[in-house]
Every structure is written in structure tokens, then in C-alpha cells.
Design a protein around this ligand. Structure first.
Ligand SMILES: Nc1ncnc2c1ncn2[C@@H]1O[C@H](COP(=O)(O)OP(=O)(O)OP(=O)(O)O)[C@@H](O)[C@H]1O
Ligand SMILES: [Zn+2]
Length: 615
């Protein structure tokens, strides 16, 4: 609105001298206010590196300053409500950063250790390209193809003779570690192994979600076995010039043979090893050639020399089956998301690097972070350290860690977002609905905290306190989860006699659970103990595969009916509960509107429940 007033003013008719003077003062005041307002709202927001990357990829970043330990910069103004925000984030070793900044043509400056790279990209690369192409042409014309040794120096794999990462740095994924011990033994003493006639592993494929520590694990294997680590990313193989990928593979294996015993690590194997022949032009594209070369090298490789090929992927289902055949990546090691104990262990690894206050209980943090992977947990510790530093604290306190979790869980607190009174009321009732239903349903998870401070895309959140990791859920628990999800919408209905679009995610969640109950868990009486998966599942992640949509239209109809039946019943049950406790709902919503956040103790008091611990 302030911007508009600035625009309007020049169009005003020219005033007479006396009023003109005071008008100028008014105008000056307005401009001053606008500038002041701009600076006051130009808040410096600390964000996670991942959030920064999100902004970056969404094209919302205007400029970036690369500091020694932090990155800071400015975001674009996308709508008039959003203030131009500046941000700060911890600088994380990220080889992609400069490339992304360059390709998106984002201004950046600062002490960048990669700046040689920038220079290289600016003028060195075109030059190198010309020379390279020239050499290729000469090489093609000339007799020997020794030209490819030139491609060698371009390959970006690196070697670390002294790998300092050990198994102590990798926590919480003990099963995966155990499976790798054999490989370490082999690498530390290949002769002994072969003399005893042991079967030599050739390749190991690490499969798991991003950030679970696959790269770390591979490095740790090299570190434990004290062997060199040759690493290259699958995408690096294919991104450059025609013919180079394949020669790089050849070169990589050649180098490895000289360095043996050693480890070759291929990150993002899926970038290279996608099923062949899915490309439109159906020919020998670059990636295919590279993949073929990899297969050839792996086959022609005598594993007795002591080279182990490790690779990582989070999408094993798209890999070319040829890669998984015996003699290639015949061993798949699943790197799981850590459970509560694992998370605690990972946190302990990372808190070693920061100063902790006495009130910190790592166990509690592990309990609050189900589903988090190692990278998330490392991020939380980093973030908490940054928060503590900004507050001039001597050590990282529990509150810093809690806030760091909140940030990771649901994005940044955006108190500045403008919301109408009505919207806020609706959200308060909505969240109160979730929380109340959760506490009155016998098998729902206890409420940890209710908040109507918008975070990220969510307008409000009800956080639950899982007391343990859940691998199995009973039917009653699933039904109560559906009920909890519906609680928000029904509370809106009861208080305002109207519904909003804000419950979309809740409804999707409820339907998802109901559908899983019917199609996968065999929890519908009508359809019985049959599963009806509709999606192809990764054979490694879930242990089974199934054909696509392998059921008839009649069955599909029945499934829909059953899902609807489950939701309808849950709806009636939840509506009943909320009608009975309408007064409590109003109380809770009122407190929420006043304080925005209601913690567990206060919540229990409002709903008249004695906290479990003191019971
Ligand atoms: N199990 C773990 N123990 C300790 N730290 C971990 C663990 N897992 C991940 N981390 C932390 O997260 C960082 C990133 O992990 P890493 O790069 O190994 O994950 P990744 O599985 O290879 O991810 P991606 O698939 O995205 O490449 C590590 O450098 C480490 O700091
Ligand atoms: Zn909701």
C-alpha cells in the first residue's frame, strides 16, 4: 500500500506555493516512512540450507553473499505482501551451489574458495572447450586415439589417500555397517582373503533415502580399510561432451587398478544407470554408452586386485537390471532411516562439535524427530548452534535445539504474515479440533503442542509426541488417525457452519490412510485379506513388486466404496466427540487466539486431563 501512495503523488495537480511547501513535507514524510518501513521489515531471516536451496531452485533468490561460514543474501519480492527478505544460512560444502548460481544468473559475491571455478567457468571453460573440440577433431583425423587421455584430466573424481572418516562417524545404521565389514576385511588384506578362497565381493549398492549417510558410509569403509577413495557422481559422467562419459569410465577403472586396493564410489548411480531404451530416439545416447562401458568394465574386472565398486542410489527401481546381475552390483545394502536409538547416536556424533548446555537431553530430541535422516539431524545441530550464537549464548541450549527442530519440521515461523481476524479464528478452531479429537480418541497419539503460527505452507500445526517409533499400527490406531485428521474440518463446520479450503491436506491424509487400510492392510471386511497395490513398488525398498493396477473396475468401485465408508464412519464419530466437547473446543481456540501457541501442559489443563507422567 505504501508503494501505491508513492506512485499517486506525482499525478496530483500542481498546488499553489503555500500548500505546495507543506505538501512536499508530507510527501517527504511519506517517502521517509516508506523507506523506514522497508528497512524495519527487511528482517534478516535465518534459514536452513535446504530452505535456501528450495528458494534457489524456485528462482526466488535475488543475490547471494558467500561468507566464510555463512551464506547471506536477498530474496525477490514476489507479491506486495511479502517483504524483500534478507536471509542467512550456514554455509555447507556444496559443489552444486556455484553452478546453480551461474546457470540461474544470480548475482553473488564474497570470499568464495570456489572462485577459481567461477573464473574458469567464465572464460576458461569456453577456451578449454574450443581446445578440446579442436583436439578431438585432430584426434579423429590423426592415427592413434591417444587423444582420450586428455579427457582423463577433465574427469572430476577425486582421490583421498587419507580418508579420515571412520565407522565412529557413522551412527545409527548398524545393520548396514555390519554388512560392509566383510568388504573392509577384504580391502585391508586382499591376499589373505583370496588365499583362503573366500568369495570376493565386487560391487555393493547402497540403497536408501537421501541424507541417510550413504556417501558417508562409503567413505568410512575406505577410512576403516585405509585405502584410497575414488569418487565420482553418476551425473558427472554424462553431463559433458559426447564420448567423454565412456572414456571417463574406462579411465576411472584404469586409475583404480593402479591404486588398488581402493574403492570406487559412484554417487547417484541412477543418473547413469537408468533402464536403457527408455529414451525417445531409441539410439545410443551418451548415457547409454557410458552405462554400457560401466557394465563392460565391471565384467572385465578381476576383483582379486582389490578394487571394490560402491554406488549409491535412492531410486533402485529405475536402475537397469543389468547392473544388478551377479558379478556387478550383486549386493544391495539398504541404508534405513534411523530409529529412535539410531537418531540419538547420530545426534551424539554431531553434538560433539558444539558446546552443549547442561539442560540438553539428546534422548528427547531423538524422540521428537521420527523420520529424520542423518543429514537432517546434522542440520538441526548446526542450526541450533547458529541460533545460540545469534543470541550470544555461551552454549547451545535445549530451547535452541527445539526451535531448530521446529524449523526443520515445518519451515520457518512467519509471524509477519498478515492474516485477517476471521482467518485466524478459523485456523484456531481448526487446530483446536485436531488436538481435541486426538486427545479424546483412545488410540490417537498424544498432543505435544498446538500452534496457529503459520509455518511454511501450513497455516497452523498440531504436533504430536510419538512415544516410540511405530512400525506396526493397529486398525484402531489407524482409524483414530483418520479421525484426528478430520477433526480440523469438523471443528470449522461446527463453529462457523461453513467450510474452508484449509483442510485439503487433512482430507488427503485421511483418504490415504483409509485407502491403505483397504488395499494394502487387508482391513476391510468386504474386500478381505487381499492386497490391491496400484503402484509399482521398489523391490528393494519394500521387498515386493506388483503389477500395475491388477484389479478389475468392479473391484476399484468396491475399494472406493469401502474407503468412503471408513471416512464416513470416522466423520460421524468425530462429529459426535466435538459436539459433546464444544465448550472445551471454544476454550482451547480462545487460548490459541490469545497466545498462538499452547504447549502440552497447558493443553492438558484446558481439556481437564491429568498429564500422563504425573498420573
Ligand atoms: N548415520 C549417520 N551418522 C552421522 N552422520 C550422518 C549420518 N547420516 C548422515 N549424516 C550426516 O549427513 C551428511 C550427509 O550424508 P550423506 O551425504 O552421506 O547422505 P547420502 O545418503 O549420501 O545422501 P544423498 O543420497 O543425498 O547423497 C553427512 O555428511 C553427515 O554429516
Ligand atoms: Zn488441519
Amino acid at each position: 500500500m505504501s508503494v501505491e501512495s508513492k506512485k499517486d503523488s506525482p499525478e496530483k495537480p500542481k498546488p499553489s506555493k503555500g500548500t505546495g511547501f507543506s505538501l512536499w513535507i508530507v510527501l517527504l514524510l511519506i517517502v521517509g516512512a516508506v523507506v523506514l518501513y522497508h528497512f524495519m521489515t527487511l528482517q534478516d531471516e535465518t534459514m536452513l540450507y535446504s530452505e535456501f536451496k528450495e528458494h534457489l531452485h524456485a528462482g526466488r533468490v535475488l543475490r547471494v553473499f558467500i561468507g566464510e561460514k555463512t551464506l547471506s543474501g536477498e530474496l525477490k519480492q514476489l507479491n506486495s505482501e511479502q517483504k524483500p527478505l534478507t536471509f542467512t544460512t550456514l554455509r555447507i560444502e556444496d559443489p552444486d551451489l556455484i553452478r546453480t548460481l551461474e546457470t540461474q544468473k544470480i548475482e553473488y559475491s564474497g570470499k568464495d574458495t570456489h572462485s577459481w571455478l567461477t573464473n574458469f567457468l567464465n572464460w576458461g571453460l569456453p577456451l578449454a572447450l574450443i581446445v578440446f573440440i579442436g583436439l578431438i577433431i585432430i584426434g579423429r583425423i590423426g592415427p592413434g586415439s591417444s587423444i582420450m587421455s586428455f579427457g582423463k584430466s577433465r574427469a572430476r573424481f577425486y582421490e583421498e589417500d587419507e580418508m579420515k572418516v571412520t565407522f565412529d562417524d557413522v551412527a545409527g545404521i548398524d545393520e548396514a555397517k555390519e554388512e560392509l565389514i566383510e568388504i573392509i576385511e577384504f580391502l585391508s588384506n586382499p591376499e589373505k582373503f583370496t588365499n583362503l578362497g573366500g568369495k570376493i565381493p565386487k560391487g555393493a549398492l547402497l540403497v536408501g533415502a537421501p541424507g541417510t549417510g550413504k556417501t558417508l558410509l562409503a567413505k568410512a569403509v575406505a577410512g576403516e580399510a585405509k585405502v584410497p577413495f575414488l569418487s565420482i557422481s553418476g551425473s558427472a559422467f554424462v553431463e559433458m561432451f559426447v564420448g567423454v562419459g565412456a572414456s571417463r569410465v574406462r579411465d576411472l577403472f584404469h586409475q583404480a587398478q593402479h591404486k588398488a586396493p581402493c574403492i570406487i564410489f559412484i554417487d547417484e548411480l541412477d543418473a547413469l544407470g537408468k533402464t536403457r531404451g527408455v529414451n525417445p530416439v531409441g539410439g545410443h545416447d551418451e548415457r547409454e554408452q557410458t552405462l554400457n562401458q560401466l557394465l563392460v568394465e565391471m565384467d572385465g574386472f578381476d576383483s582379486r586386485v582389490g578394487v571394490i565398486i560402491m554406488a549409491a542410489t535412492n531410486r533402485p527401481e529405475i536402475l537397469d537390471q543389468a547392473l544388478l546381475r551377479p558379478g556387478r552390483f550383486d549386493r544391495q545394502i539398504f541404508v534405513d532411516r534411523p530409529d529412535i536409538k539410531g537418531r540419538e547416536a547420530i545426534l551424539r556424533v554431531h553434538v560433539k562439535e558444539v558446546k552443549l548446555a547442561e539442560d540438553v537431553d539428546v534422548n528427547v530430541i531423538a524422540g521428537r524427530t521420527p523420520g529424520f535422516v542423518g543429514a537432517d539431524l546434522a542440520n538441526i545441530v548446526n542450526e541450533a548452534a547458529l541460533l545460540a550464537a545469534r543470541r550470544d549464548k555461551q552454549a547451545v541450549e535445549m530451547s535452541d535445539l527445539e526451535e531448530a527442530i521446529d524449523r526443520v519440521v515445518a519451515g520457518l515461523e512467519k509471524k509477519s504474515r498478515v492474516m485477517t481476524k476471521k482467518e485466524k479464528e478459523l485456523i484456531a478452531y481448526h487446530e483446536a479440533g485436531h488436538a481435541l479429537v486426538a486427545s479424546f480418541l483412545p488410540n490417537a497419539t498424544p498432543v505435544h503442542k498446538v500452534s496457529i503460527i503459520p509455518r511454511g505452507l501450513a497455516l497452523g500445526v498440531t504436533m504430536f509426541l510419538p512415544t516410540e517409533d511405530r512400525y506396526l499400527m493397529t486398525k484402531a490406531e489407524l482409524l483414530d488417525q483418520i479421525g484426528t485428521a478430520l477433526g480440523g474440518r469438523i471443528a470449522e463446520e461446527l463453529t462457523f457452519q461453513e467450510t474452508t479450503s484449509g483442510a485439503r491436506d487433512d482430507l488427503r491424509r485421511a483418504s490415504e490412510i483409509a485407502r491403505m487400510m483397504v488395499t494394502e492392510y487387508g482391513m476391510s471386511e468386504k474386500l478381505g485379506l487381499v492386497t490391491f497395490e496400484s503402484n509399482y513398488r521398489s523391490p528393494f525398498l519394500d521387498g515386493y513388486a506388483s503389477a500395475e493396477g491388477a484389479y478389475s473396475d468392479t473391484t476399484a468401485y468396491q475399494i472406493d466404496q469401502e474407503v468412503k465408508h471408513i471416512i464416513d464412519e470416522a466423520y460421524l464419530r468425530v462429529r459426535d466427540i466435538l459436539e459433546q466437547h464444544l465448550e472445551t473446543l471454544q476454550n482451547l481456540a480462545r487460548v490459541l487466539l490469545e497466545k498462538e501457541v499452547v504447549e502440552r501442559e497447558e493443553f492438558d489443563r484446558i481439556i481437564g486431563k491429568i498429564p500422563l507422567e504425573s498420573a
